[in-house]
Design a protein around this ligand. Sequence first.
Ligand code: PDD
Length: 287
Amino acid sequence: MSVYLNGQFLPLAEAKVSVLDRGFVFGDGVYELVPVYSGKPFRLDAHLHRLQFSLDGIRLANPHSVAEWRERILQLIARQDFADQSVYIQVTRGTPVEGQPLRDHAFPHGVSPTVFMFAQPLVTATPAQKAAGVCAVSALDNRWLRCNIKAISLLANLLLRQQAVDAGCAETVMLRDGFLTEGAASNIFVVKDGVVRAPPPSSLMLTGITYDVVLELAAAHDIPHEVRAIAEAEVRGADELWMTSSTKEIMAIVALDGVPVGAGVPGPLAMRMDALYQTFKQQVMRS
Ligand code: PDD
């Protein structure tokens, strides 16, 4: 497998980073995950735009222009021998140089960011998995207040997600101050009486690329939808709950904390949105 590290394509085993890299020592970096269908990256510009937003959020200069990113990512994709890929992109604040403290909270001067990318086969849910849906648990969102930065320091998300895993479920639905924020690694949509609802983008959640596509598809296909704060009672009283992400796409949550959501099976709007999403993907692949 060929990975990308700081300007070079290398076999995975040869890609090495210093143990002093601030990504390793502090979790000081940001990332993106771009799905690739039949060799074509999906919504790459939106991912690169969000990467810029994350870099700005942590005060790290973007080491590449959009054109440079695009070229490198397309080269990485072309080097893989599988067509559907999940491309992981990570930029950290780099490794202190000679004469600098080995570990110092303050940003080091004159250090180049570390840029690391790899591709894995993209494994999306099978039709049978989509038809079954998944269960979720709820938890208090105890993360920091800058969740719109796609930071590699994901410890809070990991601990929250593990609560779902421990309960045999797929996702943790997070609530802050009585309102829905998002999933530990996804955005959450609520359906009630035929209306699709999503919380508004804010610093309390990551604005998913999939989230944006879902809202665009709802608008394009006259599916009633609303972007507004969603209270916990609306989550618990939903007819349908969905989780969305680049890898999960649109996945119905059929039980929350052991209580069936609606009829306890994927609802009609989840199935419709998934069908629209799949068609949209096919169009992108053909374009
Ligand atoms: N995570 N919210 C959080 C906290 C996430 O980690 C993700 C995705 C999303 C959905 O974003 P998008 O639709 O752009 O994938 C929302 C990725 C898949 C990950 O960390 O692996």
